[in-house]
Design a protein around this ligand. Structure first.
Ligand code: ADP
Ligand code: ADP
Ligand code: ZN
Length: 215
């Protein structure tokens, strides 16, 4: 099954994509994670992407489409995949469609996570990420057992550079201008399942698994 997670920054895409990926056994493909890895490794692509990410702007379509195309061609995506944070623009959605059709494949479901803006800002302000393994926490809603330390690997938890308040406002604006139109695009294609993202993490995943099961 080929699934897209759509929703504003902080709506829970990464959290839910990870849970669903573990349950259904399809890889989670997060363009944000892949770009952050490139920044950490200081690859030429990472160096170019960093300034856009820090400013809360999108990385160019060409770069992101390139990494997703390459990732989808790997063997672990054969049975299905979960896209988290891609596509984010109409050109990306079009490129995805043609890449998949070259492989005789298509998107089966688009999970649209709905969360109000005030909650999204609160979620992002409290989001902490493990420097070593990338696992995500929330200081209030999903805290680690020991403050600022990762439960899984003991790494330090940090606030992402682009999770500072001014940048978050910019990212929300970018979302409503460039990404929100995708909800319409995929609704017209009959693929959207709307999920109330305001519930607890486990309630949201139950609902997602239920709608996917019914597909
Ligand atoms: P969030 O989880 O808060 O929605 P992501 O981790 O998905 O954020 O993305 C962080 C940043 O990485 C974005 O603000 C953008 O700069 C870049 N990025 C991630 N995915 C894409 C994409 N599909 N197209 C362009 N830029 C992207
Ligand atoms: P996205 O990938 O859409 O940017 P995340 O999955 O990173 O969103 O979630 C943003 C923050 O909100 C994280 O700190 C996460 O722990 C927390 N979070 C995710 N889902 C929920 C939820 N249903 N209720 C409360 N907090 C949540
Ligand atoms: Zn860790």
């Amino acid at each position: 099954m080929n699934i897209i997670f759509l929703g504003p920054p902080g709506s829970g895409k990464g959290t839910q994509a990870k849970i669903v990926s573990e349950r259904l056994g399809f890889p989670q493909i997060s363009t944000g994670d892949m770009l952050r890895a490139a920044v950490r490794e200081q690859t030429p692509m990472g160096l170019k992407a960093k300034s856009m990410m820090d400013a809360g702007q999108l990385v160019s379509d060409a770069v992101v489409i390139g990494i997703v195309r390459e990732r989808l061609s790997r063997s672990d995506c054969q049975k299905g995949f979960i896209l988290d944070g891609f596509p984010r623009t109409l050109p990306q959605a079009h490129a995805l469609r043609s890449a998949l059709s070259e492989m005789n494949r298509q998107i089966d479901a688009v999970i649209s996570l709905e969360v109000d803006e005030e909650s999204v800002v609160r979620r992002i302000a409290g989001r902490r990420t493990c420097r070593d393994c990338g696992k995500m926490y929330h200081v209030e809603y999903d805290p680690p057992a020991v403050v600022d330390l990762c439960d899984v690997c003991g790494g330090d938890l940090f606030l992402r550079d682009d999770d500072k308040e001014e940048t978050v406002r910019r990212r929300l604006q970018v979302y409503s201008e460039q990404t929100a139109p995708l909800v319409d695009y995929y609704t017209k294609a009959g693929l959207v399942c709307t999920v109330d993202g305001m519930q607890d993490i486990s309630e949201v995943s139950d609902q997602i698994l239920k709608v996917l099961g019914g597909n």
